[in-house]
Design a binder for this molecule. Structure first.
Ligand code: URA
Length: 437
């Protein structure tokens, strides 16, 4: 396999031989194919897409680039959830302990921030000491003890996704149906699951803003699961505004803890319970997703999932005192308020510029080697539809410097739109449900 020929073929829109895809990407892992070559390949895939045979080959090489877990010895269903990525999407943090509390195993393998969106791993690592890079034996111990563990793609599981994911994030090649589908499904197929629930974000803050493209992504992943014997249910959820009121790693952990205490914003709770309902139904803990969501609501209010989260944080090396005192999370030195310039109604809160703004304040990566500042972000973010008076708080900016705060305030001025007439029609928070049936 000559890597240049593979890139040229894809660049020119020719179908690749599955064996060439395999050799090219394994060469990347082994160091015989260079990073710029893979970046060029990803851009060619971005423009030309992939045939089903190419996508199948990509999923297989990613899945088998590391270990595939064998969890049949566990005494209950193993169900995970994965999101296609959004702004303020912290759903996994409350969801995993909630579903584990209901008796289902949740071996969750998440990602880092990608493009303008945040990632579960970066959020969890905002908790001082928290380790997302557990070795497999320790991951299994935590999973067996707490019915849940939360880690990232490792050198042992889906290592190729880890490398490609990081490269896509800094090369503008994220919004591609085959690349997203292969990234998500290869990790999930490696987890030894009995079922998978997908949260497919749609709207301007999602990687695929368009409803039809979101549907196609959902159908592609459901089909990849079906072909490999994994039941998959996808739920489309709104990402035409940020989810919840916080965007930024530590701030999102604080909001997740509020959700686990039965507080927190309604939209976050609604999505968490809907996805929990799907997971409970899939795992046989509820007769259907609606009843599952009701059961999950009662369970969330019992406080038991919060206790499970605390034990998981401790088991993964984190400062569990954060659970009672989110004030122990990293704090940004500069906090500034964004106030309503006049009376009106919030017509829209545009998620993408807010996500990009938080990344540029240091909350995400624009280069491979960037380290993240967990403290920066935005909270107290107003929701679309809210009537406001001049001087009302629309958001709070947490920044490293005055100039970063000023830049983010300017972003918010352009992203939080006031209007005196009817608010723009928001997407339904919970949209279509797509499954193999
Ligand atoms: N989540 C992933 O794991 N991969 C993607 O490409 C997008 C979201």
């Amino acid at each position: 396999m000559n890597p240049v020929r593979v890139i040229e073929a894809k660049r020119d829109g020719r179908e690749l031989d599955p064996e060439d895809i395999r050799a090219f990407l394994l060469g990347f892992l082994e160091g015989t194919v260079e990073e710029p070559q893979v970046a060029a390949f990803l851009m060619a895939v971005y423009y030309h897409g992939m045939t089903p045979a190419e996508l199948g080959a990509l999923v297989e090489v990613m899945l088998h680039s590391g270990a595939v877990l064998e969890l049949d010895h566990l005494p209950a269903a193993r169900i995970d959830k994965h999101s296609t990525g959004g702004v303020g999407d912290k759903v996994s943090l409350p969801l995993a302990p909630l579903v584990a509390e209901a008796g289902i195993y949740v071996p969750m393998m998440s990602g880092r921030g990608l493009g303008h969106t945040g990632g579960t791993l970066d959020k969890l690592e905002a908790i001082p000491g928290f380790r997302t890079d557990l070795a497999l034996p320790r991951f299994m111990e935590v999973l067996e003890a707490e019915r849940m563990a939360m880690i990232g793609q490792t050198a042992e599981i889906a290592p190729l996704d880890r490398r490609l994911y990081a490269l896509r994030s800094v090369t503008g090649t994220v919004p591609s149906i085959p690349l997203i589908a292969a990234s998500i499904m290869s990790k999930k197929l490696a987890e030894g699951l009995t079922g998978l629930v997908l949260d497919v974000k749609t709207g301007s803050g999602a990687f695929l803003a368009d409803l039809d493209a979101s549907r196609e992504l959902a159908r592609t992943m459901v089909a990849l699961g079906r072909e490999r014997g994994l039941p998959v249910v996808a739920r489309l959820t709104a990402m035409d505004r940020p989810l919840g009121q916080a965007v930024g790693n530590a701030l999102e952990v604080a909001e997740s803890l509020a959700c686990l205490r039965g507080e927190g914003p309604d939209d976050l709770r609604t999505v968490v319970l809907a996805l929990a309902g799907e997971m409970l139904a899939m795992g046989g803990a509820a007769p259907d997703a609606d009843v599952g969501a009701e059961q999950a609501g009662a369970l969330l209010d019992s406080g038991l999932p919060l206790e499970r989260f605390r034990r998981m944080v401790e088991a993964q090396g984190g400062d569990a005192a954060v659970v009672d005192d989110p004030g122990r999370l990293p704090k940004a030195p500069v906090v500034r308020e964004f106030l309503a310039p006049r009376r009106g109604r919030v017509a829209a809160v545009l998620p993408r510029p807010i996500g990009v703004g938080v990344v540029e304040m240091g909350g995400g990566r624009v280069r491979l080697a960037d380290t993240i500042d967990p403290s920066v972000g935005v909270d107290a973010l107003v929701a679309p539809g809210t009537p406001v008076d001049a001087g009302d708080l629309l958001a709070r900016v947490h920044a490293r410097t005055e100039s970063d705060a000023r830049r983010m305030l300017a972003v918010l001025e352009a992203a939080v739109l006031l209007d005196d007439g009817d608010p723009q029609r928001p997407l339904p928070l919970l949209g279509e449900r797509i499954s193999a049936g």
